[in-house]
Design a protein around this ligand. Sequence first.
Ligand SMILES: Cc1cc2nc3c(=O)[nH]c(=O)nc-3n(C[C@H](O)[C@H](O)[C@H](O)COP(=O)(O)OP(=O)(O)OC[C@H]3O[C@@H](n4cnc5c(N)ncnc54)[C@H](O)[C@@H]3O)c2cc1C
Length: 501
Amino acid sequence: MKSDNKINITADACIVGSGCGGGVCARVLAEAGMKVVLVEEGGYFKAEDFTQREDDAYQKMYQHRAGLATDDLSFTILEGKTVGGSTTINWTTSLRTPRFVLDHWEKDLYLEQYSYNELVPYFEKVERYLNIHPEPYERHNENNRIVYDGARALGYHSFASGRNVDGCIECGFCGLGCSYDVKLSVNLTYIPDAEKAGAQVIPRARAERITINGKVKSVEGNLLAVESDTVTGSFSIDAPIVIVAASAINTPVLLLKSKLANSNGRVGSTLTLHPTTAVLGLFDRIIDPGYGIPQSAVCDEFMNYRNDGGGYWIEGVPVHPALAAISLPEFGERHRKLMESYRHIGASIVLVKDTDSHGRVQINEYGRPVIRYSIGDRDLRYLREGLETAARIHFAAGAREVGTLHVRKTIFGSPEEIPVKLTAAKYGPNEICMYSAHPLSSCRMGVDPRTSVVKPDGETHEVPGLYICDGSILPTSLGVNPQLTILAVAEKIAEGIVDKL
Ligand SMILES: Cc1cc2nc3c(=O)[nH]c(=O)nc-3n(C[C@H](O)[C@H](O)[C@H](O)COP(=O)(O)OP(=O)(O)OC[C@H]3O[C@@H](n4cnc5c(N)ncnc54)[C@H](O)[C@@H]3O)c2cc1C
């Protein structure tokens, strides 16, 4: 029922956010016959809306127009704001949670429900539904071959990662939304299937608070204009079950604003970022780092190689011109010259699995996220090691020169220069460009209500019927790209909610 631009609906379940967690829950609950309403802050875009322009996509579909950062501006954090969540603008890498991570969850954190054997059927289910498969060698672009071939030339293990696509034409614009409807992201799979089963999806609807009235919960918020964040109305959804699936940054924000599920102070307090930086190589041949399949090759040789639960991972990364211009460590004329070499630049990312770093999401007086992250000594050692390995991989793949994203120019003319210059380089906040497209674990699941926010079934320890189902509940950092893990965990949680009812 809609009147005076105020929507009031009563439902069996209200879901906040339509990414991996929200999309899966919407489909599973709606197909089980529940009346589901899903509110999503971002717009509901179709293939024709994806213009393949960076300025347009970052404005339209990224949280804070791709300008979200930690409070000291040392990490840029990328997240989606659109139906389908970050999957609509992600790079399609689809990998299972590493076995050593799941063993840790099972044996050290007593999460037997998330052991390797328990999760395999859910991985398989998602892999079938999203057609996840690795690409054959000839489909890797030049940029990904740097990682794939360069690693092997040095005797390191590399492989082709799985991707959730069907009929990909290798245009390279996955990160700006797929214009060809071939990326099997949540907006093209779980959400339409949920709608077919009767779920109501309300785009441009930002939840501002959740209130509890006995068994009923009300999700209240604002309706937003299509092209801006101007408030055009309000909504209130009443339901006995509310599932918050707003991402590892925005889920704690909503819970903190609502003053819910946080007696132990754990909401937002255990954020991981999967700290990421890049190495750029200058090649004589054309690499075209923005074209072709964006991310299809991985070097995993150094993940958990010391059996300490840490380590790093190296992947190809798509770099379109605007992103290249922001990232290149030069100014003025020298910057222009470097940009003229854009087609000859190869780019790889080094991603460190968080072990001793500390992150936290809080809110300021306006209810906006304040994100803090300090990198630990061990994680920093792996970051430095990762830069060295990635630089060597670029030389092995034929680079003429290799550089890092240090603010003070750090460029190697040969592999021999790498250790000396990396030892001299600085690694403090804002000394090197750092990114995260994988924030996780800010509202962890656990068996102990004193140290975790949700139970293993996704329900908050404190409020019956209030669930969280997104990257925020993962018990630890993964060390790999997270979408397949979040989707599989969400399938299990959604199935559990239906069984319980
Ligand atoms: C550029 C980029 C590339 C990536 N590439 C890969 C990759 O190749 N492989 C991989 O595995 N992972 C990748 N990721 C990460 C992956 O997509 C995310 O980890 C995953 O989608 C997170 O799922 P989620 O359900 O936690 O949140 P999201 O998918 O981010 O969904 C959360 C949704 O909630 C909405 N929301 C937030 N607050 C509110 C509110 N108050 N009210 C209503 N709605 C709200 C948001 O708008 C968003 O749509 C990438 C991410 C980015 C940004």
